[in-house]
Each structure stands twice: as structure tokens, then as C-alpha cells.
Design a protein around this ligand. Sequence first.
Ligand SMILES: C[S@@+](CC[C@H](N)C(=O)[O-])C[C@H]1O[C@@H](n2cnc3c(N)ncnc32)[C@H](O)[C@@H]1O
Length: 224
Amino acid sequence: MLMGWTEYLKWQGNEGVRLLSECGVCSEMNILDFGCGIGEYSIPASIVVGENGKVIAIDNNLHRVNALRENCKKWGVLNVQGMKCNENSEKIREHSYDCVLYFDLYHAMGKEPQVRSEENQRILNLITQTLKPNGLLLISVFSEMCLIWDEKNGERTPKGSLKAQKVSIEEGIRWFCMIETIEKCGFEFQKRIDEALHFDEFYRHSDPDMNKFERGNIYVFKKI
Ligand SMILES: C[S@@+](CC[C@H](N)C(=O)[O-])C[C@H]1O[C@@H](n2cnc3c(N)ncnc32)[C@H](O)[C@@H]1O
């Protein structure tokens, strides 16, 4: 087995589990992993929630959903349901969730101080409708996001990623008004957990070195 893949599986079963537990994920929860990719976080979530819990893992890319299903087989997990769909799907609304993972996506869609991206707003509406009262919304963010904008004549144009601008994620989030925006949707910011892993390199290389992966933050919100 390739080194990167071995390290990946080790991370999922150890650090990934610890990270989600620290965020408040616990046994018997019903989880929605929105934009699940190949299950980077769906597998750790399935381990934490256990056999009496469930993970609905959705992605609009069929190849990724198929890869997720293969990974579930490798792990022997039976409590993950992979679905190829997006925020408009009624199938997601058939369930209610104790926790939604919105990982490595929010910043990629709403690149303005207020969530003006229609897609992001639709996804937040879905999350608000399907999350149970006191349910958790976890959002991971990374410094490769494009949050810095140039303002000229009232027009905003992207200037580059936080990383390129050497701006911290916290500063970007403040500028982006992310916490206020999510709170306006009926959530309360709870805490920030560091050490979220950015899996972008996993898609670019066949055998990436996980030690070089970027570490970002998970923002934990509670529905009120
Ligand atoms: C950057 S990857 C993140 C994967 C994983 N959540 C992680 O943190 O490693 C974003 C994923 O979201 C999916 N995606 C983007 N927009 C989506 C949408 N509107 N509905 C469902 N999936 C979406 C993409 O296909 C991609 O697999």
C-alpha cells in the first residue's frame, strides 16, 4: 500500500476521530457530511457515532461518492450512506441531523463579506431546516482560501488567497464576517478547534506526504 494511503487511514482512525470528538460529535448522532469528497471526515465520523449512529455523506461528484463507498468497504463501516446529490435534493430532507459537517467548502463558495453566493445561501438554508435544535454545525476553513478583496470604485475583486497574502485564517474570518453571517442564520458560535487537515493535495498527487498538508481550523456553531 502507498505510504500516503497508509498514513491517511491511520489519520482517519486516530486523529480524525479525536478531532471530531473534540468538536462535540458523539455516539448515536445522525450526521450530514455535506460535500463529503471521498469520505475524509465521513469515516472518522462513522467511527465516533458508532453502530447506533448514522452518517449521510453527500457529494455532487459521482466519482467521489463511488470512492467514498469503496473506502467504507475497506473500513468495513456500515453506517455511512453515500449519495450523489446537492443541496436541492429531497433525499437529504428526509432526515434530521444532530450535526452537519461543512468542511473545506464554505469559503470556496461565499467569497464576499456577506454570504451573497446563492449556492452557499441555499446550503445554509438546507442546514438550518434539517438540523435539530441545539444541533452542531462544523465548518473547516483553510488559508488557501481567497478572502482578500481589492476595493476600487466600490467594486471588489479578489486579490489572492490568505496564504499568498500571509494573512492568518482568523483575520480572514473576521474580515469575511463569517461568524456574524452564520449567527444571523440562527446559530451561536461555540469554539474554534485547530488542526483540521486540508486534503487538497490528496486529489493532486497519487502518494502525497500528509506531513506537508496544511492545518486549518474548525469553527463550531450550535443551532439556537
Ligand atoms: C474541497 S472538497 C472537501 C471534501 C471533504 N469535505 C474534506 O473536507 O476533505 C469539496 C467537495 O464538495 C463537493 N461539492 C461542491 N459543491 C457541492 C454541492 N453544491 N453539493 C454537493 N457537493 C458539493 C465537491 O464535489 C467536493 O468533493
